[in-house]
Design a protein around this ligand. Structure first.
Ligand code: F6P
Length: 326
């Protein structure tokens, strides 16, 4: 029999569409299984500042369709400090919380791993980030919605790019991962994607220009993954202005609009499955694992593996993008 009686749930790091669907699933699965649930506001910060309230099924009514996170989120510096974590532990103990479900990305799971080890607390991670950069799952919650947002935005930019016969560099979020930029480029029929995973191996811009990517076209759109490695869309545009002044270049940085909006059906289903699976995991006495989905099956990956390993990007997709953009 599992020792879990009271689950604390929090969202941490950058918000992602579908986090609410996950909160709903965790809460309702826990209550269905006879567990108590406590909502922790503002991520790890809320454990230190004591922003913890009991959750009933009604606390998560009517949220599956909402973007953002009803629990709010934060990036918490105090939690990086052992004294901050000690306070957090004392406060959750006071609330009777004996296990945690943490919904968030890489940084959030790193915090979870340290906290779990220090206090011998069962923690289950649910991958919520638009970046899709966590090892141990094919998809992260929020990625599909963000991808659709990127596609819609690029479709709109295409109209003006074509009218003015311009070259656009569009900067896409992803921190140091190119999943959104690459698949956003494929979905929107962009000419190319410049991504950090291969940036140091090939001069993607030179490659693009040499291949005469604009020969038969009256507009060109290149998606550039944000990252210090690529230098972002501004960096690319500056290079083109200097090295290839014949192009009329413009830059769009999509920014935080990529994080907003009502989650797609795919993200709602993913979040519901992962949220429910996190409670199954606790009931099976699993601890310190991240829930993932691979080949449509729920799997568990230890935090140490999920955080440490880079999720590989499929290079065949880059080649395909090149073929399809001739
Ligand atoms: O991790 C999600 C993400 O949106 C990244 O794509 C981006 O680099 C970062 O968060 C932005 O963070 P913030 O909202 O703190 O500026």
């Amino acid at each position: 029999m599992s020792k879990t009686k009271c689950v604390g749930i929090l969202t941490s790091g950058g918000d992602a569409p579908g986090m609410n669907a996950a909160i709903r699933a965790v809460t309702r699965s826990a209550i269905y299984n006879g567990l108590e649930v406590k909502g922790i506001y503002r991520g790890y910060k809320g454990m230190i500042t004591d922003e913890i309230v009991p959750f009933k099924t009604s606390n998560v009514s009517n949220i599956i369709q909402q973007g953002g996170t009803i629990l709010k989120t934060a990036r918490c510096k105090e939690f990086m400090d052992p004294a901050g974590r000690q306070t957090a532990y004392e406060i959750i103990q006071k609330h009777g919380i004996d296990s945690l479900v943490v919904i968030g990305g890489d940084g959030s799971l790193t915090g979870a791993r340290i906290f779990a080890q220090e206090f011998n607390l069962p923690i289950i991670g649910v991958p919520g980030t638009i970046d899709n950069d966590l090892y141990g799952t094919d998809r992260t919650i929020g990625y599909d919605t963000a991808l659709n947002t990127v596609m819609d935005a690029v479709d709109k930019i295409r109209d003006t790019a074509t009218s003015h016969e311009r070259l656009f560099f569009i900067e896409i979020m992803g921190r140091d991962a190119g999943f959104l930029a690459l698949n956003g480029a494929i979905a929107s029929g962009a000419e190319a994607a410049i991504i950090p995973e291969i940036f140091t191996e090939v001069d993607q811009l030179e490659d693009l220009i040499k291949n005469g990517f604009r020969k038969s076209k009256n507009s060109s759109i290149v998606l550039v993954a944000e990252s210090e490695i690529t230098g972002g869309a501004m960096g690319m545009a500056e290079r083109v202005k200097k090295e290839y002044p014949e192009y009329d270049v413009r830059v769009t940085i999509l920014g935080h609009l990529q994080r907003g909006g009502s989650p797609t059906a795919s993200d709602r289903i993913l979040a519901s499955r992962m949220g429910a699976a996190s409670i199954d995991a606790l009931l099976e006495d699993q601890r310190n694992v991240m829930i993932g989905i691979q080949n449509d099956q729920i799997i568990y990956t230890p935090f140490s593996k999920a955080i440490k390993n880079d999720k590989p990007i499929d290079r065949n997709l880059l080649n395909m993008l090149r073929v399809l953009s001739i």
